[in-house]
Design a binder for this molecule. Structure first.
Ligand SMILES: *Cc1c(COP(=O)(O)O)cnc(C)c1O
Length: 364
């Protein structure tokens, strides 16, 4: 019997069981070749097929227009906090970019970008503890900026942009690490969407880049070759040895997502899953949600217990005993965080909900 638990970890996060069983079954002998996918040359026709299949599946699932290039970068999401200013700042005469600071990763992105040019913070959610996406004055969007950066889903606090801001001609750059393909999006609003793969799309260390063609080819002269978007886009992410296993797993995840009915179907399930938990938070005086109602994420549900730490520890250890793993909130928030990405089944969320009700009954 499997001893697997429901894994609520924020990332690396759980993968669909079907994906792992497939990867396990194919591991020794990929496609009857007698070699593993991790032993295949990244330049072999079989790996080219994998990378092509990822692209066509992603295009089909996301509906991204043809004027976007899809490629992969090393170093996960945070490496791109540096590569983005290096590649995009020189689009304008005076290096300048706008940052919507709505959470911890948004802040880290802004701090990294400050090495490369002038940064204007369009919003700063710190004063409200990042529990909401603050309002901002659209006329304050400086049209001379090279780009405007935001985090689509704030993984730690469990807030998200329900709708994306109109930044005029300034390309919108979106860190979608903790939500890519969890909801439908109109890519025409964006210049660049990127995501580390380890939350909704597979394993760690690689970022998927979905970049409007006209934004390529502007990198600063000293940009490392391996961080130049145009090099990666032109060489099909194979300028050097890419993370072949991560891209293979991505293909498996995308095929699984297609079998589930695609992004629209997944979005409905994600709404249903998160509602199960938000309904408890709303009807309880025991639990309190971190995120303001209007900005709730469907991917990460963060909440507190009364007298936070002691009860939270009890909650975590009893949850673990019952097969619910990695529910601890991020250190900057404390409390509990349930990460319920695409691969978390409704049954896992229902089990957590039942446990929460029972825990409140006993300790409330
Ligand atoms: C997890 C996360 C990151 C960090 O990803 P790494 O691949 O570890 O660099 C960045 N942004 C967001 C929104 C995240 O959720």
């Amino acid at each position: 019997m499997s001893s697997r638990v429901f894994n609520f970890g924020p990332g690396p996060a759980m993968l669909p069981t079907a994906v792992m069983e497939r990867a396990q079954a194919e591991f020794l002998d990929y496609n009857g070749m007698g070699v593993s996918v991790v032993e295949l040359s990244h330049r072999s026709p079989q790996f080219m097929d994998i990378i092509d299949r990822c692209e066509s599946l992603f295009r089909e699932l996301s509906g991204v227009p043809d004027n976007f290039k899809i490629f992969y970068m090393h170093g996960g999401a945070r490496m791109q906090f540096a590569s983005i200013p290096m590649n995009l700042m020189p689009r304008v005469a005076k290096p300048k970019a706008l940052y919507f600071e709505t959470g911890n990763f948004a802040k880290l992105a802004r701090i990294e970008a400050e090495r490369y040019g002038e940064i204007i913070r369009v919003v700063d959610g710190e004063s409200c503890g990042y529990s909401a996406i603050p309002e901002f004055d659209a006329s304050a969007i400086d049209q001379d900026a090279a780009y405007a950066h935001l985090t689509a889903n704030n993984t730690i606090y469990g807030t998200r942009w329900q709708e994306f801001p109109d930044t005029g001609d300034v390309p919108l750059v979106v860190d979608a690490t903790s939500e890519l393909l969890s909801r439908e999006m109109d890519y025409n609003q964006f210049g660049l969407v990127y995501a580390g793969l380890q939350k909704n799309l597979g394993s760690s260390g690689v970022a998927m880049m979905v970049c409007r063609e006209d934004l390529l080819g502007h990198a600063m002269p000293h940009t490392p070759t391996m961080l130049d978007f145009k090099v990666s886009a032109d060489q099909r992410s194979l300028a050097n040895t890419t993370n072949t296993f991560a891209i293979y797993l991505l293909m498996c995840v995308l095929e699984w997502l297609k079998e589930q009915g695609g992004v629209a179907a997944m979005e409905k399930i994600n709404e249903q899953k998160s509602k199960i938990l938000y309904d408890i938070l709303d009807s309880s005086d025991f639990y309190s949600a971190v995120a303001h109602r209007d900005f709730r994420s469907t991917m990460n549900v963060s909440y507190h217990l009364p007298n936070n730490n002691e009860l939270a520890d009890k909650f975590l250890s009893e949850a673990l005993e019952q097969g619910m793993y990695a529910l601890k909130g991020h250190a900057v928030v404390g409390g509990i965080r349930a990460s319920i990405y695409n691969s978390m089944p409704v049954a896992g969320v229902q089990k957590l909900a039942d446990f929460m009700n029972e825990f409140e009954r006993k300790n409330g």
